[in-house]
Design a binder for this molecule. Sequence first.
Ligand code: NAD
Ligand code: TYD
Length: 356
Amino acid sequence: MRSLKNILVTGGAGFIGANFVRFVLEKTDFKGRIINLDKLTYAGNLENLSDIEEKTAGKNYFFEKGDICDSEKIKTLFEKYDIDTVIHFAAESHVDRSIHGPKEFIETNIMGTFTLLETARTYWKDKKEVLFHHVSTDEVYGSLGETGFFYETTPYDPRSPYSASKASSDHLVNAYHHTYGLPVTMSNCSNNYGPYQFPEKLIPVMILNILNEKNLPVYGDGKNIRDWLFVEDHNSAVWEIVKKGKTGETYNIGGENEWENIKLVHTLCEKMEKRMKKESGYYKKLITYVKDRPGHDRRYAINCDKLKKELGWNQSVDFNQGLDLTIEWYLSHNEWIQNIQSGEYRNWIEKNYQER
Ligand code: NAD
Ligand code: TYD
């Protein structure tokens, strides 16, 4: 069992990163410090952690605004906080955006990961008990046909600029381990959902469009399949890996919960019809098939036996319960939604968090 002291979490103001910070500080016995480094792009939102900031800032939680591509900033943080663990979530994360403009994906996902690895390698030269954990995606493995699963040994076959940039960062992490002996672990996870997810990904897009009675855009024939996992289950897996995972190893994390997009959208409509007391079929009428995403991966499905057998991890939230929780969260966080959608949030950030 590793003893972690000063953890640099990158991208801790984003969806999974913010849930991770919350999980570690509220649900584990971790006694060290978390330093959250985030550039606060459109997807980074300090409101995701405002209660944590209020309760624990300056004690065991510290926020630092900055870019993972900025080597001077990273070096300063390693020295200032004597970082012994990096848990690297920061990334450009949305496939559609990567299709419209891949440059930022190359910069942040590849150059940013490289910059973190270089700093870790230099700063940790004579240190023991250090770890670089890289958070990645199952999308690096490509697209499955009707059967089969992604294993840790599945050859990489990324097909979007997003997955290609993540694959590239995964290779760099492995290369730093093999070439320089940097202690690393890595995880490749399936699609996450839950509170604080930016409303550009399927589930929050659908929930918010249903609420506003807007069209529900389903790409292509709606039969693409994703394997959904509640965000806290992803984070409990990452925590198990950084505590107990074998150095140099990759672990797949998944929901073992495959859904065709259209079936999932139907389920969300039905749940919302019940919740909002509408007649059956009321929201389903909003479903609109739209032009397919170019290069749209057909099916993802993870085999996560290694994680289950070696580290004893398991999913704890079933999909029905997780979707209900997520719907209730969006229904009760109207201000969060308004702020994100109005741009006021950005102005607030500019005023309150200049580069420190
Ligand atoms: P997100 O887009 O919600 O959050 C990304 C965070 O990174 C934001 O806070 C953003 O401000 C920050 N960031 C972006 N560029 C940065 C930079 N250059 N420097 C510092 N911070 C920067 O993403 P997410 O969905 O929370 O994903 C987190 C990680 O998990 C990513 O590495 C992603 O590839 C991986 N992942 C996501 C999923 C999923 O379903 N969302 C599934 C598997 C793996
Ligand atoms: P998304 O949430 O963008 O995740 P990813 O592309 O990383 O898997 O999309 C999940 C699936 O839903 C994917 O097959 C694309 C599809 N999709 C839609 O049909 N409509 C939408 O509005 C969105 C955002 C996604």
